[in-house]
Ligand binder design. Structure first.
Ligand SMILES: NC(=O)C1=CN([C@@H]2O[C@H](COP(=O)(O)OP(=O)(O)OC[C@H]3O[C@@H](n4cnc5c(N)ncnc54)[C@H](OP(=O)(O)O)[C@@H]3O)[C@@H](O)[C@H]2O)C=CC1
Ligand SMILES: O=C([O-])C1=[NH+]CCC1
Length: 294
């Protein structure tokens, strides 16, 4: 993921290399599923300045982007309940980052003991918020003001009729349309991981029109007001949604810049996050500057 932040005093030129290996969580000694490194270059000379671990940066900057999207899409709403689907790395960091704006944080995970472990960890470190694990995704979502989906589910795990009026959803998983003929060459050991995500050929994953509509039901995208982080990326990576007739209302950056107004507060809103390289570049630059002044 190459990126360039064109800013005189806070410029950053970088490239993140990121791998996704969903089976890492099942290892005897579990490893993060998403591992990353960021190469940070001098933005004037192009000289390499640092190679920075990007695993935690990816976790935090993704939750930060969702928080900013939530704030700008729902500027006047008072929140009480947050529902997080997925108790992996993203679920955990979203809970930590969002907790102060909610009275109750609900966490659902396909494998419930993992949600219970996370809830127990979070309750120990907080005395004001209530963290609660849920065994049923519907119960977790119903009544929530804000929902975060952070799983590798290939079927919808949130339905439109479960959402209350004015709810906001941060969808982390990409809705990928793999184009016909596209092939990703991957190591033998990752084949199981791809199979478990719905790809089913010897040469993984073969596109052949495969549409991965991610975690939200199509009706949520069709009835909600859908915003993205990066329109150009969304046109490609969310091509399957566009074909369904989903309209991307705009980028979160345009709301922040004041070029767009937030939708009426009673509308269901969706931030479909793709992840942007400039987010990683900005974070790498911050880390680098802190390191140099420490
Ligand atoms: N938009 C962005 O910028 C970014 C998006 N992401 C996305 O966020 C998501 C989570 O990533 P991360 O937290 O790092 O991954 P983790 O491996 O740490 O967590 C994965 C989570 O997904 C759950 N899960 C896996 N398969 C399924 C399934 N078929 N149905 C329901 N739940 C499932 C796991 O549950 P269990 O414990 O039961 O296995 C676990 O809760 C991924 O889709 C990833 O691509 C990640 C980084 C950046
Ligand atoms: O933006 C990102 O780094 C990622 N998005 C999905 C997996 C990793």
């Amino acid at each position: 993921m190459p990126g360039y932040l064109d800013n005189g005093s806070f410029g950053a030129l970088g490239c993140k290399l990121v791998t996704v290996a969903p089976n890492n969580a099942n290892l005897e000694q579990p490893l993060p599923t998403i591992n990353a490194h960021i190469m940070l270059f001098d933005d004037a000379t192009g000289v390499l300045k640092a190679v920075i671990s990007g695993t935690e940066i990816t976790q935090w900057r993704t939750a930060a982007a969702s928080a900013v999207a939530t704030k700008h899409l729902k500027p006047s709403r008072k929140f009480e309940i947050l529902a997080i689907l997925g108790a992996g790395a993203q679920g955990r960091i979203h809970a930590i980052a969002f907790q102060h704006f909610f009275k109750q944080v609900r966490i659902w995970n396909r494998n419930r003991p993992r949600a219970e472990r996370l809830v127990s960890e979070l309750n120990q470190s907080s005395d004001s918020q209530e963290f609660k694990s849920f065994g049923c995704n519907r119960e977790c979502v119903e009544g929530a003001d804000v929902i975060v989906t952070a799983t590798f589910a290939k079927e919808a795990i949130v339905q439109l009729e479960w959402l209350k009026e004015g709810a906001h959803v941060n969808g982390e998983s990409r809705a990928i349309k793999v184009q016909d003929g596209v092939r990703v060459i991957c190591a033998e050991k990752f084949k199981t991981a791809f199979t478990s995500r719905g790809y089913n050929s010897e040469s993984f994953p073969v596109g052949a029109g495969l549409t991965h509509h991610s975690e939200l039901s199509e009706s949520i995208y069709l009835r909600g007001e859908v915003y993205v982080d990066h329109r150009t990326g969304a046109e490609v990576e969310l091509a399957g949604l566009k074909e369904l007739g989903v309209e991307f209302k705009g980028e979160i950056g345009s709301l922040i810049a004041g070029d767009l107004s937030p939708p009426p507060s009673n509308r269901i809103t969706v931030f479909q996050s793709l992840g942007m390289a400039v987010e990683d570049c900005a974070m790498a630059r911050l880390v680098y500057d802190l390191y140099k002044t420490a």
